[in-house]
Design a protein. Structure first.
Length: 340
């Protein structure tokens, strides 16, 4: 059975004092695409070296409270034999693990997807818990535009997220629930608001039905924005207002933290929008970050697989981590972006 006190303390530790989450859980296929873009060979050694470089960065301390890992990474060791997860813990952060197995098509749909991995989730949770994982992540993907999403797709995905969350808590880990209403497309910001609201409302209903402990989960949603192919210029103020209003209307106040995904936003957009929410509003939840590309991209480009560039890359990562911590505290300012 789950130990609720321990799980609650894990959620609090991850987002304490403005800290957020580094999403370093890219599948081999995804990180290969990112490596290809900067001409790095996606070998097991290079993937390990890249992530070790991030985890050893000085900016991990005080800024990052948790790191989401991929199956390969949680078992990897550095050259000196130190497990990468132990390096993370030495920096004051907790190791977590992605437990979904990616997307598969919904029957009779050419576009909409559901997330795979529930069948053997209990077994894998026990395995990862023994390896030292303190929390987990499961992503559900909801497409927008062209009469999407369908209610059927939303309900299938949110039921899976709720089933995942209860299984993870029973295995003494904190579930990050990630219902991503995708930024891709031509939709308006109001359409994103409606689609995200419905998605979150259904998620809360299913979590409650599954008797998931709301105090021991972290919600990782998208921000409310216009589609990436929409020409509307959303201001940080508008995004902050729409996003917080959506959360207030749809999300349980018992949840301790909302850590946003960056969802294709630029580094500065992701930081600025988070900062504006924390400047303008006091919410029942800590509003923080769970970023992948928006924390890593500048460091990856600088590193480019060359050991001589490690310090430059670590400095870039550390800068972004610190900027996002400040944003989670509502203390960021564009004038601080000296590295840009």
């Amino acid at each position: 059975m789950k130990n609720e006190t321990d799980l609650t303390s894990i959620t609090q530790q991850i987002v304490s004092a403005g800290k957020g989450i580094l999403a370093a859980d890219e599948s081999t296929g995804t990180i290969t695409k990112r490596f290809d873009a900067v001409n790095i060979s996606s070998t097991e050694r290079n993937r390990r070296d890249y992530r070790e470089m991030l985890f050893r960065s000085i900016g991990m301390k005080q800024n990052i409270g948790g790191v989401i890992l991929f199956d390969e990474t949680i078992k990897q060791e550095s050259d000196d034999g130190t497990l990468l997860k132990d390096i993370i813990e030495s920096q004051g952060a907790l190791p977590g693990i992605k437990v979904d197995k990616g997307l598969k098509s919904i029957t009779n749909s050419e576009v909409e997807k559901i997330t795979d991995g529930l069948d053997d989730l209990d077994r894998r949770c026990k395995y990862y818990h023994k390896l030292g994982a303190k929390f987990t992540k499961w992503r559900a993907l909801i497409n927008q535009g062209n009469n999407l999403p369908t209610r059927h797709c939303i309900e299938l995905n949110m039921r899976l997220l709720a089933d995942y969350a209860s299984t993870v808590q029973e295995n003494n880990m904190v579930p990050i629930v990630e219902p991503e209403v995708l930024m891709d497309g031509k939709h308006t910001i109001d359409e994103c608001y409606r689609n995200t609201s419905v998605t979150l409302e259904i998620l809360m209903k299913f979590l409650d039905e599954n008797k998931v402990d709301f105090n021991a989960i972290i919600l990782k949603p998208n921000m409310i924005t216009s589609g990436s192919e929409n020409n509307d210029a959303d201001t940080a103020e508008t995004i902050a207002e729409k996003t917080v209003a959506c959360l207030l209307s749809s999300v349980s106040e018992k949840i301790p933290a909302v850590t946003f995904l960056s969802g294709g936003q630029s580094d500065l957009q992701a930081t600025s929008n988070l900062d504006m929410m924390n400047k303008l509003f006091k919410t029942p939840w800590k509003l923080s970050f769970s970023y992948g590309r928006a924390l890593q991209q500048s460091a990856l480009k600088l590193w480019s697989g060359n050991a001589k560039n490690i310090q430059l890359a670590q400095d870039a990562f550390s800068h972004r981590a610190n900027m996002n911590k400040l944003a989670a505290l509502g203390k960021w300012d564009k004038s601080l972006e000296t590295n840009e």
